[in-house]
Write a protein that binds this ligand. Structure first.
Ligand SMILES: Nc1ncnc2c1ncn2[C@@H]1O[C@H](COP(=O)(O)OP(=O)(O)OP(=O)(O)O)[C@@H](O)[C@H]1O
Length: 384
């Protein structure tokens, strides 16, 4: 009963907090749809559930402490009563009774402290239960460990073979069904298709955010599962997703996220290449401007340019742009298109390894994967 209340309470509190967190993170959408009362009501419902469970928990602790206090005080009272009776019959001296009383009170105080400690422990477990649940969680895909391909021998040939994939949270929906695809080195590959077709899923699988149950993905013949994920994500693959995430720190640090230890000059060079330098310089604090939580203080297009600058700084061997230019204006997109045109003309690479570098943004990128909608497919004129 206690255990149910403790776990239920922790879950309800976390549910109420996630409702509040979601509403605050999407405050503009809430405002735009005048949903403040509904969000408030939803939060209140969740808080009430947590309050009810908290009351059960509080009552449980109260009853336990009440009974234990009753028992302990009864113990002292029993000593006084029995001692008084024995004194009246002359069997016990007053001094002896006092000794008994002092000993009984010491026991009473010790056990009372344990009872208070028990109450505090229950409250602590309730508050920290969720934290411990997350601490105990083992990632299904380990974060590091495995083989790495030395840079000089990395060819970046990617192969998807007979991949079947469903998201763990929705196992009944087959997102990829016997999917095979060869992404040869030195190519600009556009993965285009209707919304929900599974384009971003292909990118997520290449980043090894999920493991496969059927089929295989290889880079230069090495199964993704044998490769070191930290090498893969940290050095080899650059991924800019549809909604790039920025952190509530300075623009400088947000771009430097692509390469820890990059100098300010390197960061600025990357920003210039990504077409972000101009608007960053117009901010009153320039590169030291602190972006709000999740980058709320910059526009969608500015966010994307900062994310592109971050990827440029990382200089990955395989670069995936998952509709990463969707929020750019026509002029900026034209510049990206020009780079892609250059690439698509010269994407058959021969000769020494050095000649194989794809020169988009001046990167040493071997393979460039562009995830796009059918509209963009026409714009870029690129096909699988
Ligand atoms: N984390 C997830 N858990 C469960 N299902 C998901 C998850 N992410 C995506 N899906 C589902 O997988 C399918 C493919 O999604 P995906 O994001 O790969 O599509 P997409 O082709 O990139 O679409 P879009 O062009 O709209 O971004 C969709 O039906 C989607 O609902």
């Amino acid at each position: 009963m206690f255990s149910i209340a403790v776990h239920g309470d922790a879950e309800e509190v976390s549910r109420a907090m996630s409702v509040a967190d979601e509403a605050l993170a999407n405050i503009r959408t809430v405002r735009a749809f005048a949903m403040e009362p509904q969000e408030g009501a939803l939060f209140e419902t969740e808080v009430k559930k947590a309050e009810r469970l908290n009351s059960v928990l509080g009552c449980g602790i109260g009853i336990f402490q009440g009974f234990s206090n009753l028992f302990l005080n009864g113990l002292v009272l029993g000593v006084v009563y029995c001692g008084g009776y024995l004194m009246s019959s002359g069997t016990l001296q007053a001094g002896q009774l006092m000794s008994f009383l002092v000993a009984a009170q010491s026991i009473q105080r010790s056990i009372a402290t344990m009872s208070i400690l028990f109450g505090q422990a229950v409250r602590g477990i309730s508050a920290g239960g969720r934290v411990f649940e997350f601490i105990k969680l083992e990632p299904s895909v380990r974060l590091s460990g495995g083989i790495t391909i030395p840079y000089h021998s990395l060819y970046a040939n990617v192969e998807f073979s007979n991949v079947h994939f469903s998201y763990p949270s929705r196992p009944e929906q087959k997102v990829l069904d016997n999917f095979s695809l060869s992404l040869p080195r030195g190519k600009v590959v556009a993965i285009c298709g209707p919304s929900g077709a599974g384009k971003s899923t292909v990118a997520a699988l290449l980043e090894r955010f999920y493991d496969l149950k059927e089929g295989s993905i290889t880079i230069d013949g090495h199964s993704l599962e044998k490769l070191d994920p930290s090498w893969l994500r940290g050095h080899t693959i650059g991924y800019i997703n549809q909604e790039p995430t920025l952190f509530a720190t300075s623009v400088m640090e947000n771009i430097r996220y692509g390469k820890a230890g990059a100098t300010d000059v390197e960061v600025m060079e990357a920003a210039v290449t990504a077409g972000a330098h101009e608007f960053i310089s117009e901010f009153p604090q320039g590169y030291q401007t602190v972006l709000g939580e999740r980058g709320v203080t910059v526009s969608g297009g500015q966010k994307q340019r900062i994310a592109i600058a971050r990827a440029i700084l990382k200089n990955p061997s395989i670069l995936i742009l998952d509709e990463a230019t969707s929020a750019l204006d026509a002029e900026s997109e034209r510049l990206v298109q020009a780079s892609l045109d250059r690439l698509s003309k010269g994407n058959s690479f021969h000769g020494s390894l050095d000649d194989h570098f794809v020169s988009l943004y001046g990167l040493n990128t071997f393979l460039f994967i562009l995830v796009c909608s059918p509209v963009k497919e026409r714009t870029f004129g690129l096909h699988l």
